[in-house]
Design a binder for this molecule. Structure first.
Ligand code: SF4
Length: 182
């Protein structure tokens, strides 16, 4: 699955970001300079605890076919949180969201507004790779969007990530993440 590129066919990603920034009273030159909130280590510990609680999760069938649990990456105290729909082939192997082509595009988008993987946070709604044929995880082109049931089952993890990170802006990438307000 290529959630970012899927999104760009509907709405250019730069417009999504610009809209998100505008709605938060920010500009495309990046976040307003403000004092850091200074609770990075508490947030990092809370995210680590959340990761450890769920990294062997099998609450939905995706947990039985995934290669790696794809929790999220970035700054625990990020002001901007990017949310995609779910891991694809590359993400499943690396255990990191938005790698490969979609990741390169996201990196460029973030750079254009003064963000990076070190300053923003990136996560998906579902943490395991949805596959058309779960019996063939080695196949490329075997990605599919998560079902509403998978989204419903997995979204509490994302909700807890949002509660911990407490971002000022959430940028949704992909149709399930755009439809659902986690
Ligand atoms: S997708 Fe979410 S709910 Fe389903 S097994 Fe993976 S972590 Fe658990």
């Amino acid at each position: 699955m290529d959630p970012l590129l899927h999104t760009t066919r509907r709405t250019p990603a730069k417009d999504l970001v610009a809209g998100g920034l505008q709605s938060a009273g920010m500009t495309s030159s990046g976040p307003r300079p403000e004092a850091r909130r200074g609770d990075d280590s508490k947030k990092a510990a809370a995210l680590q605890a959340l990761y450890e609680k769920y990294n062997t999760c099998t609450r939905c069938p995706l947990g039985n076919s995934r290669i790696k649990f794809v929790f999220g990456v970035g700054n625990p105290d990020a002001r901007v949180l990017f949310i995609g729909e779910g891991p694809g082939y590359e993400e499943d192997r690396r255990g990191e969201p938005f790698v490969g082509k979609a990741g390169q595009l996201l990196d460029k988008m973030m750079a254009a507004i003064g963000l990076s993987r070190q300053t923003a946070y990136i996560a998906n709604i579902v943490k395991c790779h949805p596959m058309v044929n779960p019996q063939a995880p080695e196949l490329r082109g075997n990605d599919r969007p998560p079902t509403p049931e998978e989204v419903e089952t997995c979204s509490p993890i994302l909700q807890q990530q949002i509660a911990i990170i407490h971002p000022k802006i959430i940028v949704t990438l992909g149709s399930p993440s755009s439809r659902r307000r986690a």
